[in-house]
Design a protein around this ligand. Structure first.
Ligand code: GLU
Length: 505
């Protein structure tokens, strides 16, 4: 069997759509599972949509999730250039070949005439279609018009009747009626090829063996295959990935912020979670496990296990997977990932070291809310406490603000709980303060704080909740947080006593 060569062929529109990431991932898994090559080809022939810096951004974000290419604009290769706008002479040569063999023709129809034709068909609710005026122009007529300097496009000569049968590896044979296919444009009047043409020529010249792409390209499939036939080339194997729908069965939102991988990254989704999530959009392992690493995906991926029914884009599932992968992170690594979010939240700023390396135990930061210097050890403890609950890295600021602030703010009523009045809460805090004061610095751990407080309350047969609730509120200002013992340990004795005293007052 020849080596598998697959490609990811995005148009550089300025961001990577989550559906594009899925396509790239499946191509990557295909070649990795078979020991083949993955090619990045930039399809930038639609220059209106060209965005500066987009190619680099695309390569960066794919590399961030762990997808690297064997050939492409940045790494080179024997089949380059890998950017279509740098291959225009190649397309011209192949278009000439089709013109010579009569499989394509020059169309001189003026834009106004074509627009008029389109309008008429639209009014009759017919799909746009060229009427074939230039399909059979004589050689002499063509020469004459060329001599007159008339502009032209190159159109593919499609069959006028019959059925076109194409084969998709997942869906089997798909049939199209010739009458539904337009003599579509291969080369525009400015000499630039259309996607339909450049894509096929490049797949052939780059020796692509397998095309995995979104199912929005099924409509192009017969045109692609007819082009292969026109050239007498062997087409690659095609797989059209299943449609991705939103949770309500509708189309995925087009808003960039909802679908751009770059935005998922900013919101604090881990590459592990995005890969895990995208892999499940159309594929699942034999035992239906949901937690999948890239290594495991490469080992188990097989096109044959893919489905054709639409996949559902469920953001709750992505959150669940992200939470899972966050919990698997070693604390050092998670801390390093969270630092930029704590900095952008305005809680801390770097001090002496310019490089953020959480492994360096001496690293210090300035707490911008109190102007005090805090060590990385303190930050690690905070993140360790929230690791269980964290679903997105960007939530870390919101979850941990009370650790950084000098004074916790909350409505006084929050201190009361069920039947506990404010007056009683104050009394109870006094007792807590007293108990905490007696714990020596060297015993200041969550376990011994808990032990001292709980055993006292039990011995006196007091209601534990009526003490721990105001204690938690005094320390955090919140209804929900890690346990008051954990929080007290991290805050330290002095700060904990200060906060409880402030609450009493
Ligand atoms: N340039 C096309 C896109 O943007 C590629 C489609 C294909 O894979 O054939 O998705």
């Amino acid at each position: 069997m020849p080596e598998t060569r697959a490609r990811f062929a995005p148009s550089p529109t300025g961001y990577l759509h989550i559906g594009g990431l899925r396509t790239a991932l499946f191509n990557y898994l295909l070649v990795k599972s078979r020991g083949g090559k993955l090619i990045l080809r930039v399809e930038d022939t639609d220059q209106k949509r060209e965005v500066k810096g987009a190619i680099k951004q695309l390569i960066d974000i794919l590399s961030w999730v762990g997808i690297e290419f064997d050939e492409g604009p940045d790494v080179g290769g024997e089949h380059g250039p890998y950017v279509q706008s740098q291959r225009l002479d190649i397309y011209e040569k192949y278009a000439d070949e089709l013109l010579k063999s009569g499989k394509a023709y020059r169309c001189f129809c003026a834009a106004e005439r074509l627009a008029e034709m389109r309008r008429e068909r639209q009014m009759k609710k017919l799909p746009p279609r060229y009427d074939g005026t230039c399909r059979n122009l004589s050689e002499d007529k063509i020469k004459e018009r060329l001599r007159g300097g008339e502009k032209f496009v190159v159109r593919q000569k499609m069959p006028l009747s019959g059925e076109i049968k194409v084969y998709d590896e997942l869906r089997g044979e798909i049939k199209f009626k010739a009458e539904d296919l337009d003599d579509h444009i291969l080369i525009k009047s400015n000499g630039i090829p259309t996607y339909q043409f450049a894509n096929v020529v490049d797949d052939h010249l780059m020796e692509i063996t397998d095309v995995l792409r979104g199912d929005e390209w099924i409509a192009s499939f017969p045109k692609n295959i007819l082009l292969y036939r026109a050239f007498g080339w062997e087409p690659p194997k095609f797989v059209h990935l299943p449609l991705v729908l939103d949770k309500n069965g509708g189309k995925l939102s087009k808003r960039q912020g909802d679908v751009a991988v770059e935005d998922f990254r900013k919101k604090g989704y881990l590459p592990e979670a995005l890969i895990n999530f995208c892999a499940l959009l159309g594929w699942h392992p034999k035992n239906d496990d949901e937690i999948l690493s890239m290594e495991r995906l490469i080992k188990e991926f097989n096109v044959k296990d893919m489905g054709v029914s639409p996949a559902i884009f469920d953001i709750d599932k992505l959150d669940y997977l992200n939470g899972y992968h966050i919990r698997q992170k070693p604390l050092d690594e998670l801390t390093e990932l969270c630092l930029p979010y704590l900095i952008s939240a305005g809680f801390i700023e770097k001090t002496q070291s310019s490089k953020l390396k959480a492994q360096n135990d001496n690293l210090e930061f300035k707490n911008k809310l109190t102007d005090k210097i805090i060590g990385i050890g303190f930050i690690k403890k905070i993140i360790g406490l929230e690791q269980e609950r964290l679903k997105r890295l960007s939530e870390i600021g919101e979850l941990t603000e009370f650790f950084f602030c000098g004074k916790v703010e909350y409505p006084v009523e929050l201190l009361s709980w069920k039947k506990l009045t404010i007056e009683r809460a104050k009394e109870n805090l006094k007792i807590i303060h007293h108990l905490l004061e007696k714990i020596p610095e060297e015993n200041w751990t969550n376990d011994s704080i808990e032990e001292d407080i709980v055993s006292y309350l039990r011995a006196k047969e007091l209601k534990i909740g009526e003490y721990l609730w105001p204690m938690r509120v005094a320390l955090t200002g919140r209804k929900a947080s890690p346990s008051p013992f954990d929080v007290a340990e991290v805050l330290g004795k002095e700060e904990s006593l200060k906060r409880i005293k402030a609450a009493m007052e």
